[in-house]
Design a binder for this molecule. Structure first.
Ligand SMILES: NC(=O)c1ccc[n+]([C@@H]2O[C@H](COP(=O)([O-])OP(=O)(O)OC[C@H]3O[C@@H](n4cnc5c(N)ncnc54)[C@H](OP(=O)(O)O)[C@@H]3O)[C@@H](O)[C@H]2O)c1
Length: 170
């Protein structure tokens, strides 16, 4: 099973602030929704709760929420208590590509533990204030393939380019 992260990352590494996103980028949201559709998505509890209630669990995918809280309930989602347990849910479901969708703590653990094969990174041309970050240098030395470019316009707060990074040798 391939394990992939998918994230929109500012030039300074910021991915969010006050448990929310710091931009509106509809074309990136569309990329996220189409890329993860039909797959298992693994999320930290904070990121999960940052999704507006009307949109969670994310439809058409198995949502796996990681928390240390043994009493946590998320209707329509699978609740687990470690990243390894989350990945086991995906493996048991016969998943071919499992997406780690954040936030910062969960990206950090997946990458530090060397579990990630692919990173889909939306490089956002901005340096906003924030309190959640993607791990720095995470794609250094990985092979890069450009997938999409978007200029800033009336619908997009910033320009961005989406790059798929594969761990060298995978
Ligand atoms: N730009 C992007 O692409 C993107 C994508 C996703 C998220 N974000 C942003 O990222 C921010 C959220 O990220 P975050 O780092 O604050 O939180 P997070 O990673 O979403 O969730 C952290 C929570 O996950 C649980 N957790 C973490 N490690 C665990 C472990 N080893 N075992 C069990 N549970 C564990 C804990 O939940 P409990 O406290 O319940 O125990 C912890 O508080 C938001 O601002 C969001 O908008 C941005």
């Amino acid at each position: 099973m391939r394990i992939s992260t998918i994230a929109a990352v500012a030039s300074n590494g910021v991915i969010g602030k006050d448990n929310d996103l710091v931009w509106s980028l509809p074309a990136d949201m569309k990329f996220f929704m189409s890329t993860t559709k039909g797959h298992v998505v693994v999320t930290g509890r904070k990121n999960y709760e940052s999704i507006p209630e009307a949109y969670r669990p994310l439809r058409g995918r198995t949502n796996v929420v990681i928390t240390r809280n043994r009493d946590y309930v998320a209707e329509g989602a699978v609740v687990v208590h470690s990243l390894e347990e989350a990945l086991e849910v995906a493996r048991k479901a016969g998943e071919t590509e499992c997406f780690v969708i954040g936030g910062g703590q969960i990206y950090d653990q997946a990458l530090k533990e060397g579990l990630v094969d692919t990173q889909y990174i939306t490089h956002v041309e901005a340096s906003p204030d924030g309190d959640a970050f993607y791990p720095s240098g995470a794609w250094d030395g990985w092979s890069a393939r450009g997938l999409h470019e978007q200029a800033m316009d009336e619908r997009h707060d910033h320009g961005f380019r989406i790059v798929q990074y594969n761990r060298t040798g995978t």
